[in-house]
Design a binder for this molecule. Structure first.
Ligand code: SF4
Ligand code: SF4
Length: 287
């Protein structure tokens, strides 16, 4: 039927219109003298329509809000790599950026001229950026994120730092990302296996150094899902011949592969099968 969408849209507007008065009645007298109520009303949970006295008043943005990208760097008080870039200048984000507004210059060793995995320069043309967030989605190092800061207006029509954000302007500490997006930062840390940069985690895993892992006591409103503990398989009690004890429970239990490992194993099998076919073909040709 024609016009259903229009009626639904009007219904949403009317609902918000009436909610304005419901909110006013519910919080009458509180909003002017109660900071918490004021913040709630200006926040994403508020349902009514009202005027915001910007810039004195500002509406809180939800965690998933995104404006322009910024680069994550280590905090200044990081014990091992203060201020270090998370970006490895892998070059993925400039490739996926639809309007092609990212430029990177990769660092290189001044002596050997070999590339170093960190950006010497990083530019984003903010006038061209369409805030799509693809750069942040594709970055394999969680090094580029979408900012909540939307107040970028400036009188200056030219110049780096205003319309083109350079590395200095783009860089913000990891603690800033944790502050503006606590849930997402926690989920990413769980995926990486620790709070640090993925390369640092890998190095620590190799050397056996302790890794700061996100746990349920983490200072975020997000409650992590409870992962059921697997029951330990009973130890293999006797050997098939001779009745000797063989191995521990962990050794006896079947090894459960992660999806990533299973995919790797699948690829390995395919490679081997392709090689076997190639060899067979070559031998057939020789014969
Ligand atoms: S948000 Fe989108 S348009 Fe902006 S820099 Fe990232 S990929 Fe490019
Ligand atoms: S995808 Fe991430 S690591 Fe790669 S260049 Fe972009 S920000 Fe740096």
């Amino acid at each position: 039927m024609y016009g259903v969408g229009i009626l639904k849209g009007l219904g949403v507007t009317i609902r918000h219109f009436f909610n304005t008065y419901v909110e006013d009645l519910r919080y009458v007298g509180k909003k002017l003298n109660n900071t918490q109520e004021f913040e709630r009303r200006q926040g994403v949970d508020s349902t009514g329509l009202y005027t915001v006295q910007y810039p004195e008043e500002k509406i809180a943005v939800p965690e998933r809000f995104r404006f322009v990208p910024f680069l994550v760097v280590e905090d200044d008080d990081h014990p091992e790599r203060p201020g270090h870039d998370w970006c490895t200048s892998c070059g993925i984000c400039p490739k996926v950026c639809p309007p092609q507004c990212i430029w990177i210059v990769r660092s290189e060793d001044p002596v050997t001229k070999r590339p170093i995995p960190e950006p010497e320069a990083f530019f984003i043309d903010i006038d061209i950026c369409m805030n799509c967030g693809l750069c942040a989605e594709y970055c394999p190092f969680d090094a580029i994120k979408m900012d909540h800061d939307y107040e970028l207006a400036d009188y200056d029509r030219t110049g780096i730092g205003v319309h083109i954000h350079d590395k200095e302007k783009l860089s913000k500490p990891f603690s800033y990302w944790r502050k503006i997006a606590p849930t997402t930062a926690w989920e990413e840390a769980v995926d990486r296996g620790g709070w640090e940069h993925i390369d640092v985690i890998k190095q620590k895993q190799k050397s056996g150094a302790p890794i700061a892992k996100p746990g349920p006591t983490w200072d975020s409103p997000y409650v992590p899902p409870i992962v059921p503990v697997k029951e330990e398989a009973p130890a293999a009690e006797t050997a098939q011949a001779g009745g000797e004890a063989v191995g521990t429970a962990a050794e006896a239990a079947p090894v459960e592969m992660s999806a990533e490992d299973a995919a790797k194993e699948e690829r390995r099998k395919k490679r081997e099968a392709a090689l076997a076919r190639k060899h067979a073909k070559e031998q057939g040709g020789e014969g």
